[in-house]
Write a protein that binds this ligand. Structure first.
Ligand SMILES: [Zn+2]
Ligand SMILES: [Zn+2]
Length: 416
């Protein structure tokens, strides 16, 4: 037997309705906010992620699925959703259309991570991207959208908010961080020692306990924001209050991607044991320029669908079951089966979910099957019924039966 690759998961037919529910709700909320869907390829040229996501990030350094295709091109399965959308925005000249451009996507993303940590190598994300809005209102709108969706899914989450500043104030902050960690290098993990030289901000993102402890007293980016960044951050906070979105300012949220500028945010939960991020995002005004376009402001987020489903289960959120089979037509004999096949076809033509035997089973086994799939009614047709033109319809929930003309079955159930 061939097994599923490590770190991947099947969505089984009995589970897929949960996905439909979450994705349907995401699309509904996105549409409410005026977003249209964008679909980009599962793989891109590796260079897009090197330039877009940044070559000091863990994702790019350790976690990408990169390979040479048969034409010797370096290809990467997308490790996040934003860079592909940015590439499409540029390549298709979408900046020439109506701005701001509001988009969402639902996509698989691939990261070569250790699956023992409960992280999958392929997982799925619902993401939002808005291009062309430089003001704090766009940040607040995107955050409110995420919050609306999470609440509609029945989830209680906390919003952590921060500003990472612009390249100007971040340079000052990086200096301050380097100063702070300069005499603590020995206490940092080997990865953070590297980060210290390349991108000290990343140290704040480290999951190692020792590093986390040292970060508690590190300088806060919020103390180093330039006047413009400070005004922008205050604007976001004011509008969130206006929109009834509670938040706490957490100056140590830096998000693991290089493209963020100014606002970054995470929706977190404690329902899955340790604190986990359900949704994260922010502003990335330099991304488009980084991949070769004219500077264009952008804001967005990504929400892990598997994470959302786990959380809904942990919090006991009930997801409506798909509608059951309305009527199962049980048959005895070849002539009855032919008739039943026509009846079931007509029922389906009229929008009634109907089913019949496909395995040549006896009536008893057909009833068992009908019960197993949760059919609401079972109509039985045999030779006697064919000659009388009438059949018994049994309501499975209480066992009551009613006699209905075979040719009236469609009318009977359409009216139901
Ligand atoms: Zn600034
Ligand atoms: Zn570390």
């Amino acid at each position: 037997m061939i097994n599923i690759p490590k770190g991947t998961k099947d969505v089984l037919p009995s589970e897929s309705y949960k996905w439909h529910y979450v994705e349907g709700m995401a699309k509904e909320v996105a549409s409410l906010y005026g977003l249209n869907e964008i679909r980009t390829p599962t793989f891109e040229h590796t260079e897009l992620f090197l330039r877009g996501v940044g070559d000091t990030t863990d994702i790019v350094n350790k976690e990408m699925y990169t390979f040479l295709d048969k034409g010797e091109r370096s290809i990467t399965l997308k490790p996040e959703g934003t860079a592909g959308v940015a590439r499409s925005f540029l390549e298709n000249g979408l900046f020439n259309g109506a701005m701001p451009l509001k988009m969402y996507y639902i996509t698989p993303v691939f990261r070569y991570e250790n699956p023992q940590k409960g992280r999958l190598r392929e997982h799925h994300q619902f993401g939002v991207e808005i291009y062309g809005g430089a003001g704090a209102d766009t940040d607040a709108e995107v955050i409110k959208l995420a919050k609306t969706l999470l609440n509609k899914l029945g989830l209680e989450v906390k919003l952590n908010l921060n500003s990472m500043g612009c390249p100007t104030c971040r340079a000052e902050y990086n200096k301050a961080l380097k100063g702070y960690f300069a005499d603590k290098l020995d206490a940092l993990c080997p990865t953070c020692r590297e980060r210290y030289h390349k991108n000290p901000l990343r140290i704040l993102d480290c999951k190692e306990e020792g590093c986390k402890k040292l970060c508690v007293d590190a300088p806060k980016i919020t103390d180093y924001l330039c006047d413009d960044c400070k005004a922008h951050f205050n604007g976001v906070k004011e509008l969130l209050k206006e929109a009834n979105v509670d938040f706490i300012v957490n100056p140590y949220i830096v998000r693991g991607l290089d493209y963020y500028t100014r606002t970054v945010f995470e929706f977190v939960t404690t329902s899955l044991g340790s604190q986990g991020t359900v949704c994260g995002g922010g502003r990335y005004d330099n991304l488009i320029a980084q991949i070769g376009g004219n500077s264009t402001p952008g804001v967005g987020f990504g929400m892990g669908i598997e994470r959302v489903l786990m959380l809904m289960e942990a919090e006991g959120v009930e997801i409506p079951l798909p509608s059951p089979v309305k009527v199962y037509v049980a048959t005895m004999g070849e002539n009855a089966y032919k008739k039943a096949f026509g009846v079931v076809s007509k029922l389906r033509d009229n929008g009634v979910k109907a089913e019949l035997d496909h395995a040549g089973r006896g009536v008893k086994a057909q009833f068992k099957y009908a019960d197993k799939i949760g059919a609401e009614f079972v109509a039985t047709i045999g030779d006697n019924e064919l000659s009388s033109g009438k059949c018994n319809v049994k309501r499975m929930a209480d066992g009551t039966t009613e006699e209905v003309g075979i040719d009236d079955l469609v009318k009977y159930f359409v009216g139901e």
